[in-house]
Design a protein around this ligand. Structure first.
Ligand code: NAD
Ligand code: TYD
Length: 344
C-alpha cells in the first residue's frame, strides 16, 4: 500500500484506520475522501491532518464526476471503502439514503477502479449481513460461507455492496477483498451508537434507554484490532475472498451498560427499558479462523482493559462530544481546518 484512498476517513473507524496506517507504514500516502455527513467529524483527524503524507478531499462517493476526477488525479494503488451510512436506527426511519450511499456509492468507486486500475479494492463490511443467531445458540458462529440473511435495510445494503464488489472482481478482474467486522468500540464514535451514547448520558445523569429487555448480544472488537484486521486483509488477503474480523467478546447490552455505570461510578437506576428496535437482531457471533490461518490476524486487545480505557476517554474528552451535540463540529472544516480541505 503506497497510495491509498481511504473513504469515510473522518468517521469513527476510518479516522482510526488513517491514524493506524500513518503510524505503521512510513512510506504511505493517504488520499482521504469524505463528504462530511453528520457522522464525519474533522476533530477525528486533528492529529493527522497536518501530516504531509495525507490529503483530504471533501467529496461524495455518490458523485461520479468528483470520484473519477480524484482517482485520475491521484492514481491510487489501493482503495479502502469505509464511507457508509452506518446507524441501524436511522436506516429504519429513512432507508433510501442507505441504499444510495452504501450500494450506489460503492458502485461509483468500483467504476472508478475500472477506469483507473488499482491493486486492491477493499470493502469494509459487517457481521450484520449474516442476520442474527438465537440467544440459546451457544457456540454457533457465522463463517464466511454462512448464508446472507440481513434483517434490515442497513445490513441489506451492506450485503448488497459485498456482492457487488465481488461481482466486479469476477467480471472485470478488479482485485477485491471484503472484511466483515464485528461491533466496534473505541474513542471518537459518533454518540448515537450504544457505547458513546450511554457514556454521555450517564455522565449527565440522564436515563439510559435500553431497547427491549437489554438481552441482545453483540461481539465487541476494539477499533485498533479491527483496523489491524483490515490492514491484514487488504495486504495479505486473497482477491475475491471474504474475511470475518471478530474477537469472540460476546456481551449482552445490559451487562455492557452496567459496566459503563460501574466505571463511571453511576447507579444502575439510570437504566430505562424502552420500546424495542424494529427487527432487532438477537445475537451476532463470527468464526474468524480463516483470517487467523490465512493472513495471521487475530484480536490482541484485552476487552476489560481496552473497554475501561474507552469509557475513560469519553469522560476525559467531554468537549469532543459537546461539540457534536452543539453542532459546532459540522463547521470545523470551514473554520479550523479550511486550508487542508481540497475539493474537485
Ligand atoms: P461512521 O458513520 O462513523 O462514519 C462514516 C463516514 O462516512 C463519515 O465520515 C461520513 O461523513 C462518511 N460518508 C457517509 N456518506 C458518504 C458519502 N456519500 N461520500 C463520502 N463520505 C461519506 O461509520 P463507522 O462506524 O466508522 O463505520 C465505517 C464502516 O465500517 C462502515 O462501512 C460500516 O458499515 C462498517 N462497520 C462498522 C462497524 C461499527 O461497529 N461501527 C462494524 C462493522 C463494520
Ligand atoms: P448499535 O450501537 O446501534 O449497533 P448495532 O445495532 O449495529 O449492533 O447498538 C448496539 C446494541 O445496543 C443493539 O442491540 C441495539 C442496542 N441499543 C440500545 O439498547 N439502546 C440504544 O439507545 C442504542 C443506540 C442501541
Amino acid at each position: 500500500m503506497k497510495r491509498v484512498v481511504v473513504t469515510g476517513a473522518a468517521g469513527f473507524i476510518g479516522s482510526h484506520f488513517t491514524k493506524h496506517l500513518l503510524q505503521s507504514h512510513s512510506d504511505v500516502n493517504i488520499i482521504c475522501i469524505d463528504s462530511l455527513t453528520y457522522a464525519g467529524n474533522f476533530d477525528n483527524l486533528k492529529g493527522e491532518i497536518k501530516d504531509p503524507r495525507l490529503i483530504f478531499y471533501k467529496a461524495d462517493i455518490l458523485n461520479k464526476r468528483e470520484i473519477f476526477e480524484i482517482f485520475s488525479r491521484e492514481n491510487p494503488d489501493t482503495v479502502i471503502n469505509f464511507a457508509a451510512e452506518s446507524h441501524v436506527d436511522r436506516s429504519i426511519k429513512d432507508p433510501e439514503i442507505f441504499m444510495n450511499t452504501n450500494v450506489m456509492g460503492v458502485q461509483n468507486l468500483l467504476e472508478a477502479c475500472r477506469e483507473c486500475p488499482v491493486e486492491r479494492f477493499h470493502q469494509i463490511s459487517t457481521d450484520e449481513v449474516y442476520g442474527d443467531l438465537t440467544l440459546d445458540s451457544h457456540g454457533k458462529l457465522f463463517s464466511e460461507n454462512s448464508i446472507l440473511a440481513p434483517s434490515g435495510v442497513y445490513s441489506a445494503s451492506k450485503a448488497s455492496a459485498d456482492l457487488l464488489a465481488l461481482s466486479y472482481c469476477k467480471t472485470y478482474g478488479i482485485p477485491v477483498t471484503v472484511s466483515r467486522g464485528a461491533n466496534t468500540y473505541g474513542p471518537n464514535q459518533y454518540p448515537e451508537k450504544l457505547i458513546p451514547l450511554m457514556i454521555y448520558r450517564a455522565m449527565k445523569n440522564k436515563s439510559l434507554p435500553l431497547y427491549g429487555k437489554g438481552i441482545n448480544v453483540r461481539d465487541w472488537i476494539s477499533v485498533k484490532d479491527h483496523c489491524r484486521g483490515i490492514v491484514a486483509v487488504a495486504e495479505r488477503g486473497r482477491s475475491g475472498e471474504i474475511y470475518n474480523i471478530g474477537c469472540g467478546c460476546e456481551i449482552d447490552n445490559i451487562t455492557l451498560v452496567k459496566r459503563i455505570l460501574d466505571i463511571l461510578g453511576k447507579p444502575y437506576s439510570l437504566i430505562e427499558f424502552v420500546e424495542d428496535r424494529k427487527g432487532h437482531d438477537l445475537r451476532y457471533a463470527m468464526d474468524s479462523t480463516k483470517a487467523q490461518k490465512e493472513i495471521g490476524w487475530k484480536a490482541l486487545d484485552d476487552f476489560d482493559e481496552t473497554f475501561e480505557k474507552t469509557v475513560k476517554w469519553y469522560a476525559e474528552n467531554k468537549n469532543w462530544s459537546e461539540k457534536i451535540f452543539s453542532g459546532e463540529y459540522l463547521k470545523l472544516y470551514k473554520t479550523d481546518y479550511s486550508e487542508y480541505v481540497l475539493s474537485v
